[in-house]
Structures are given as structure tokens and as C-alpha cells.
Ligand binder design. Structure first.
Ligand SMILES: [Fe+2]
Length: 192
């Protein structure tokens, strides 16, 4: 029913729609999304297709926005030496899978009480390699940053909501400040 031409992607969307329809408890739900995305980012035809996508900073490709369940599937194509700002995804959930190349993921915890507007201090609590095929779950309000670890990398995102409609925080640990007016990347539709 999806109409997508890459078979693994068409199957992925059908499976995601069935999964969202189950209405599972939050943790179990997102773990299930992670398992489905792991199968997609293991698919060689999907990887080969992504090699034709143009890398551009500040852009997220829109692969699917689900009319019934509201979830969003995007793609990020990272240029060499990509260093994302430290940011969160506000109240939303994201499952993030590396389809091609390699990245390094940094996860932080806030060490302030969050009560002073514009101020935030962070502690790095996890830094791990995210090679091709790696999938992470990014929960609400978790500060994180992805760095490229290869000439080019491609990540697939499954988000609970379409980005751009809510404010996200960006964090600047060197000055102990935060800016909560970030609206995500420029969304560019891409046929798969
Ligand atoms: Fe992110």
C-alpha cells in the first residue's frame, strides 16, 4: 500500500504502520521500532539507493510522514567532518540508524536544575561508535550530538512527530548556555 519502489523501504513502512497500530507501552513500542529500523539499515539495496542522495548540511530528507499515526521517517546525509550541535528533540522520540558510513554518538545529561532560562550545564555520559547498521533510541529531552566518522554517512530517522513544529534546545557547554528556539533542519522531500 505504501507505493515505495525500494522493496525493503516499502516493507519497512508497512511494518511500522502495523507496529504503531498495536498501541504498545512506550518502552516496548520504541524497542520494536528499533528492531524494524535495524532490518532496514541492514538492507544492501537501501544502502545502494542512499549513495545517490546529496549530502547537505542543515537538511533532512522526508521519506515518509504517516497520515494515520503521525510518525515521520527522514534521512540525514552527513558531509565529511560533520559535527552536529549538541541538541535535544524536545518531547519527541527518535530512533536513529546508520545506513552507510560511520558516526560517533555523544550523549549528555544536564547537571543544572533547568530552572534558569538560557542556562544549562552538561556532562558527557556516553560516547560510542555508531558504525553502519548501528541503531540508537533517543528519548525525550536527551542532549546528544552525532559526529561523522567517515567521509560520508547516511542516517535514517524514525521520529514520533514531524520536526519543525516544536522548539528544540541547542546547548553550548563552553558558555553554559542553551537556546530553545531551534526548529530542526530544512525538510526536503525525497522519493524512495
Ligand atoms: Fe538529534
Amino acid at each position: 500500500m505504501s507505493g515505495y519502489t525500494v522493496p525493503a523501504f516499502a516493507r519497512f513502512i508497512d511494518d511500522l504502520r502495523a507496529h504503531f497500530g498495536k498501541g504498545l507501552p512506550e518502552e516496548e513500542h520504541w524497542q520494536g521500532v528499533k528492531d524494524l529500523l535495524a532490518a532496514l539499515v541492514a538492507d544492501e539495496e537501501m544502502r545502494e539507493t542512499s549513495r545517490g542522495w546529496t549530502a547537505k548540511k542543515g537538511r533532512e530528507y522526508v521519506l515518509h510522514h504517516d497520515a494515520d499515526h503521525g510518525f515521520f521517517v527522514g534521512a540525514l546525509v552527513r558531509e565529511p567532518d560533520h559535527r552536529a550541535f549538541i541538541h535535544d528533540h524536545a518531547h519527541t522520540w527518535t530512533v536513529y540508524g546508520v545506513l552507510d558510513g560511520a558516526e560517533i554518538t555523544h550523549v549528555y545529561e544536564r547537571t543544572d536544575d533547568g530552572k534558569t532560562s538560557g542556562k544549562a550545564t552538561l556532562e558527557l555520559i556516553d560516547k560510542h561508535d555508531a558504525p553502519t547498521g548501528h541503531v540508537d533510541i533517543v528519548g525525550p529531552w536527551v542532549p546528544h550530538s552525532e559526529w561523522g566518522a567517515s567521509d560520508r554517512s547516511v542516517a535514517i530517522t524514525v521520529r514520533s512527530d514531524r520536526p519543525g513544529g516544536y522548539d528544540q534546545n541547542r546547548y553550548f557547554p563552553e558558555t553554559g548556555t542553551t537556546d530553545n528556539s531551534h526548529r530542526g533542519l530544512v525538510l526536503v522531500p525525497l522519493a524512495v
